[in-house]
Write a protein that binds this ligand. Structure first.
Ligand SMILES: O=C(O)CCC(=O)C(=O)O
Ligand SMILES: [Fe+2]
Length: 352
């Protein structure tokens, strides 16, 4: 029997054959708004909720913000350890890159009350923006940092602590200091968070303004040298709670990707666009902390900004969207270059 063969050009029916379709979709993706990389502000706390307890050897000490004086703050700094940081998947101490002190969560305690929950919700919602308003999140206290005179942390990105971690929240406890600005940047924007100017005690009232900043994990940031005083911060890791389920269709059309929605709709209504169906691939814009054990399908719920908008737009048009890894095999020679390709941020991701 003759094998059934497809007509010679049949595969072209499953390929975009019109350049205009491609150009229009590309332009629409470029026009999709990004989530903000950073948010900052102040939050009022009663001073009774700014009391830090910490271990000093086998003793417990109590430090009251905002009234803690320099000697008391130095004592806290002395009770801390030198601050390490992640480099090439290892925790390293390099005081030419980061000069600061840190305390692990097992050695201190602070009860910021329900106010903290309100601040967390407000700050994180500001950071996530409308693109992610359907997502739930939670925070984990990570470290206490003390930046005394001359302390700094040069430009870096935080080490992701899980596929579902998307950012960090920093709370600067009100203490007098100069310098120690927190600078956040990406290719398009730069922001400065000046805790020395933002955190205030009010001598009349029993409350203080506490400065906070929230940023996405892919945003590079640094702490400029502290000129005087002590800058004390609490850092929290922010995680998405559960991956957004693809089985629940998006309740409405994503408000921040109208161009993409319109272009995709127009393409689908055009009978010359993929008449036999097919696969549309979009390269993702952001970096993601994928590891060998990451589940690509779960990852759909952790996409950021315009990457997430592509999924939602496809969902709202009843298109099946999923993640695929695409490897460029053209210059690969052996197992070493495979590893090279799989490194953080270097592989290209595709979804359709
Ligand atoms: O204390 C801060 O402002 C945050 C420092 C920082 O970037 C970090 O701990 O990764
Ligand atoms: Fe950092």
């Amino acid at each position: 029997m003759e094998p059934v063969t497809e007509p010679e050009n049949h595969h072209l029916l499953k390929t975009i054959t019109k350049l205009e379709h491609l150009q229009e979709l590309r332009k629409a993706v470029e026009e999709t708004k990004e989530s903000p990389i950073f948010a900052q502000g102040t939050w009022e706390f009663p001073n009774s909720q700014l009391i830090l307890w910490y271990n000093e050897g086998s003793d417990a000490r109590c430090l009251k913000f905002p009234t803690a004086n320099k000697e008391e703050l130095k004592r806290l700094s002395d009770a801390c350890d030198p601050a390490t940081f992640g480099r090439n998947q290892q925790d390293v101490l390099d005081e030419s890159y980061r000069l600061a002190r840190k305390m692990d969560i097992t050695n201190f305690s602070i009860n910021m009350g329900f106010n903290f929950h309100d601040l967390l919700t407000y700050a994180t919602r500001r950071l996530l923006g409308v693109q992610h308003e359907d997502k739930d999140f939670h925070a984990e206290l990570y470290k206490l940092n003390v930046y005394g005179p001359e302390s700094f942390f040069k430009a870096h990105k935080d080490t992701p602590r899980g596929d579902d971690m998307f950012g960090s929240l920093i709370i600067a406890l009100p203490s007098e200091h100069e310098g120690g600005n927190f600078i956040v940047r990406n290719e398009e924007e730069q922001h400065s968070f000046e805790s020395s100017q933002l955190s205030h005690s009010s001598s009349k009232s029993n409350s203080s303004k506490v400065a906070w900043a929230a940023l996405w994990s892919h945003a590079e940031h640094e702490v400029t040298p502290v000129l005087s005083g002590y800058r004390v911060t609490l850092t929290f890791n922010l995680y998405f709670r559960t991956p957004a389920s693809l089985s629940t269709p998006a309740p409405n059309i994503p408000p921040d990707a109208p161009a993409l929605l319109n272009s995709l709709k127009a393409c689908l209504n055009d009978p010359t666009f993929l008449p036999e169906g097919g696969l549309l691939g979009f390269g993702l814009k952001h970096e993601y902390p994928l590891s060998a054990s990451s589940d690509l399908q779960n990852f759909v719920g952790f996409l950021k900004g315009s990457d997430s908008a592509i999924i939602k737009t496809a969902d709202s048009l009843d298109m099946k969207a999923y993640l695929r890894a695409v490897y460029d095999v053209s210059e690969r020679h052996g197992p070493e270059s495979c590893l090279e390709d799989a490194k953080f941020g270097q592989n290209r991701w595709m979804l359709s």
